[in-house]
Ligand binder design. Structure first.
Ligand SMILES: Cc1ncc(COP(=O)(O)O)c(C=O)c1O
Length: 386
């Protein structure tokens, strides 16, 4: 289905049952109750791709399509927005301003005089910052978003549209993370980061609980034989870990989870190779902007280290070709959105990869298109480029 492209597959040398509970089931129940109560909430579609399955020699391929999530074009609203709402409610309770407030109260502006004095901030490649800015506007907080030099102007404008102040800083994603943390420290702002590190886990954990809703919907929408494989893209690994945890909760036996990264930003694969969470020194120069991360999230790694079945690294060209393949089927999926299914298409057409991942004519595969064409001009250019 795709032209041949070089790619890497690493069966997880440490794969076995995960030993640590990273996300509690009660935390997910709270996230689900909250997010599904928001106006505008509706499950995104699970798209069946029978011709892709047939030509790849698989029983089924289904793609969860996040392009329409809350009008924000990516799954990220489930995490960042949920974390902003939770943080504001916690702040109202902690400071004694309002102990039983709800996000409906925040949206109605009931506590706006207090919440407007609370600043939320984060670093982003685009999608997470857009979700945080959207929630800050909706829940009446101030918002400052840090973007690095490589974030496109269109993505910056999409964030600014929600009233956030944008600060562009030199360097890459990890530099923006550092700057956001420093400024937050200096001014008493609240960092809403989608990656975690030792000593900073509460908010990223909340974000990952929100991401699980995407997997939960997919499990509800799934019909017929259960999924045998899940292909999910990795940036810092937060969404891959959330999907992994949720698939384990919903399916027994749990499907084999394959984490797919850009070959120029494969920090999860590199970590699996050395057996511990590892930062990579690569230039992270990939068009898959949402996946251009150099260091795994601590929480994500605690799950994926043992729960992932395999890691893959794919080139940009495979992502672009997959965008076009999906566009021909009426599915709009952006550069980072296609990575999981691009990995599947590459692996399915390679006998050695098929064998090592256990892909065959009985395999039922779930993949996630985690974004639509979040930079419209770039999307059009790439889809028309081949
Ligand atoms: C569209 C899209 N897909 C996947 C990811 C990867 O998520 P994570 O960093 O949690 O691995 C991102 C991250 O920004 C993204 O924007």
């Amino acid at each position: 289905m795709l032209r041949p492209h070089p790619f890497r597959v690493l069966p997880n040398p440490r794969a076995r049952g995960p030993g640590m509970t990273v996300l509690s089931s009660s935390g997910f129940r709270r996230a689900k109750a909250e997010i599904t109560s928001w106006s505008g909430y509706t499950p995104t579609p699970l798209r069946d791709l029978p011709d892709v399955a047939r030509s790849s020699g698989l029983a089924a391929v289904r793609l969860k399509d996040e392009a329409m999530r809350f009008g924000l074009q990516s799954f990220k609203a489930l995490g960042g927005a949920y974390a902003v709402g939770t943080l504001l409610l916690n702040e109202l309770a902690r400071t004694g301003a309002a102990s039983g407030a709800t996000t409906a109260d925040l949206e109605a502006g009931t506590h706006a005089p207090v919440t407007r004095c609370i600043t939320v901030t984060c670093a982003t490649d685009g999608n997470h910052g857009r979700a945080v800015a959207w929630a800050a506007q909706r829940f009446r907080a101030r918002c400052v978003i840090f973007i690095h030099a490589g974030v496109s102007q269109a993505r910056a404008e999409a964030i600014a549209r929600y009233g956030a102040e944008i600060r562009r800083v030199p360097g890459a994603y990890d530099d923006a993370v550092r700057d956001a943390a420093q400024e937050a420290d200096a001014h008493g702002w609240h960092v809403v980061s989608d990656t975690s590190w030792p000593g900073y886990t509460e908010i990223p954990r909340t974000i990952m609980q929100g991401y699980r809703l995407m997997a939960d919907e997919a499990a509800d929408q799934w019909t017929g034989d259960p999924p045998t494989h899940v292909f999910i893209q990795g940036g810092v690994g937060g969404v891959a870990a959330a999907v992994s945890i949720h698939m384990r909760a919903r399916f027994k036996p749990s499907p084999a989870l394959v984490v797919v990264e850009p070959d120029r930003a494969a920090c999860l694969l590199a970590s699996a190779q050395v057996g511990e969470r590892t930062a990579i020194g690569d230039d992270l120069d990939t068009i898959m902007a949402g996946l251009a991360c150099g260091e795994p999230s601590l929480l994500a790694w605690q799950e994926l280290d043992r729960a992932a079945a395999a890691f893959m690294a794919i080139p940009d060209e495979a992502a672009v070709e997959t965008m076009r393949l999906l566009a021909h089927r009426g599915i709009e999926s952006g550069e980072s959105g296609v990575a999981g299914i691009a990995g599947l298409l590459l692996a399915a057409s390679d006998p050695a990869a098929r064998a090592s991942l256990g892909l065959d004519g009985e395999s039922c595969v779930l993949a996630f298109s985690t974004e639509g064409g979040t930079d419209a001009a770039l999307y059009t250019r790439l889809v028309q480029s081949i």
